[in-house]
Design a protein around this ligand. Structure first.
Ligand code: SAH
Ligand code: SF4
Ligand code: F3S
Length: 452
């Protein structure tokens, strides 16, 4: 029998990787993925609860499936990921037409749960956190599939408990995968045609620190750097307090390490950073930025910023603005503070009017918008090495790839360039991408040097 599933993925890279695993597991029990929900036998949402808006989006999307379920009661609707973990079994009460809830540690149970549901329509859920040993055995591993750039999970969970953040509550404690497994996976990926890996985890900088005898994250980068045929390495996300000098120096040492780093600052005010439980001051953050720029002068930094944290004053906000002006981030993801269930910041008094928070937010967006535009416009006319990843998502027959700074560049060229690093003259910069033209069609082998 031909069984069809439809999957929607929200949130960060963790969910993207988890969804790859979901697809693989469902294939194993005879399901085929389709790209519209109407004809599906199984609809799954892999969800994010980092901000209230993300959670509301999930609930909104679920609402769209209700009419399909009304027409076809045999349809199975399931929710996984961080909202599922946060809500647990209670999710059945707020969304009565749900059949299945699976938490962030329970993806491996999906086949069993779905097969049970096929036999007997009794609501199922699995949301318990697993112990360390079991999690280590279940670490997401490479799934077959052709691509030029891949994510590789190096650690999971977070022990930082920033006071606003739900992630440690929905993803559990930190565990790091053995370095030998990671290097092996990267080697296999490269043999299969992958040219770029992004090492992912909630806080990759603390990689290995909780495992006896494990190497540091900087040493892991050095080992991966030796994999022959690999062109580029990226990693995300970094916590500033755990960004060691040894790791910073890798940006000057390892040519395959791309010259871009996401380093969330969240706030420029020491008072707010303390209330956020971030573990660094404005000055300590700026010192790390200085060192990064001195070992790698053309590195581009991006960041996350939260506006309107409980108790934030105009003076605190001005400190954030000052950091933004000083660092000149290539991009910043700016969020209005959103209270999350079970987090410490919900206990803090928050008397700042919503309109004032919005005004700060708009000001920050405007300042950062100008800085970003200046940064990306400076590339116009420059020749930039681009690793070609595939056909443009715009569907216009063009190709797309990325610069070392992680920006998508669209250009016209033959498909045979996919997987190669080619020189592109940048001709235009938009908000999230650039366009360019091929300078010369390369011949021969892949160039060895990468992020230069
Ligand atoms: N692990 C990553 C990011 C986690 S969530 C890290 O530590 O960098 C991504 C971003 O969402 C955070 O950096 C923060 O800026 C934002 N965020 C998290 N919780 C939030 C909340 N409650 N309200 C507003 N923004 C939040
Ligand atoms: Fe959340 Fe902080 Fe952990 Fe990032 S480091 S996931 S912001 S608790
Ligand atoms: Fe969202 Fe969960 Fe990632 S809350 S940001 S999908 S870890």
């Amino acid at each position: 029998m031909d069984k069809r599933f439809y999957l929607e993925t929200f949130g960060c890279q963790m969910n993207v990787v988890d969804s790859e695993r979901i697809v693989d597991l469902l294939h194993q029990i005879g399901y085929r993925q389709i790209d519209k929900p109407d004809a599906a036998d199984l609809i799954l949402l892999n969800t994010c609860s980092v901000r209230d808006k993300a959670e509301r989006k999930v609930r909104g999307h679920l609402g769209r499936f209700k009419p399909i379920k009304d027409k076809r009661p045999e349809l199975i609707i399931g929710v996984g990921g961080c909202v599922a973990q946060q809500e647990g079994e209670a999710f059945f009460e707020s969304v009565p037409y749900l059949d299945l809830i699976f938490g962030t540690h329970n993806i491996h149970k999906l086949p069993e749960l779905v097969l049970d549901l096929e036999k007997q329509r009794v609501k199922r859920h699995a949301v318990e956190f697993l112990d360390r040993e079991t999690r280590l055995q279940l670490f997401p591993k490479r799934v077959e599939g052709e691509s030029v750039a891949r994510y590789v999970t190096v650690m999971q969970g977070c022990d930082n408990f920033c006071s606003y953040c739900v992630v440690p509550h929905v993803r559990g404690r930190e565990v790091s995968r053995p370095s030998s497994d990671i290097v092996l996976e990267v080697t296999e990926l490269v043999t299969a045609g992958v040219r770029e890996v992004t090492l992912i985890g909630q806080n990759v900088n603390s990689y290995g620190t909780k495992e006896a005898g494990e190497i540091s994250f900087a040493d892991l980068l050095r080992q991966i750097h030796q994999v022959e045929g690999l062109e580029r390495i990226r990693f995300t996300t970094s916590h500033p307090k755990d960004l060691s000098n040894e790791l910073i120096d890798c940006f000057g040492e390892l040519p395959k390490l791309c010259k871009s780093l996401q380093l969330p600052v969240q706030s420029g005010s020491d008072r707010i950073l303390h209330l956020m439980n971030r573990g660094y001051s404005q000055q300590q953050y700026l010192q790390k930025v200085e060192r990064l720029k001195s070992v790698c002068p053309d590195i581009r930094l991006t960041t996350d910023l939260i506006v309107g944290f409980p108790g934030e004053t105009e003076n605190d906000f001005l400190q954030t603005l000052a950091v933004v002006e000083q660092v000149k981030f290539a991009d910043a993801y700016t969020f209005l503070y959103s209270p999350r269930p079970g987090t410490a910041a919900t206990e803090l008094e928050d008397e700042t009017p919503a309109e004032l928070k919005q005004e700060w937010f708009d000001r920050l967006l405007e300042v950062q918008g100008r800085i970003s535009l200046d940064c990306w416009k400076a590339d116009i006319g420059q020749i930039v090495p681009i690793l070609v990843e595939g056909e443009s998502r715009r569907g216009d027959g063009q190709l797309f790839g990325r610069s070392t700074w992680n920006r998508i560049v669209n250009f016209a060229g033959p498909k045979s360039l996919i997987g190669r690093i080619v020189p592109i003259r940048i001709t235009g910069s938009f908000k999230n991408s650039q366009v360019g033209e091929l300078v010369e069609a390369p011949t021969g082998d892949l160039p060895q040097a990468s992020c230069q």
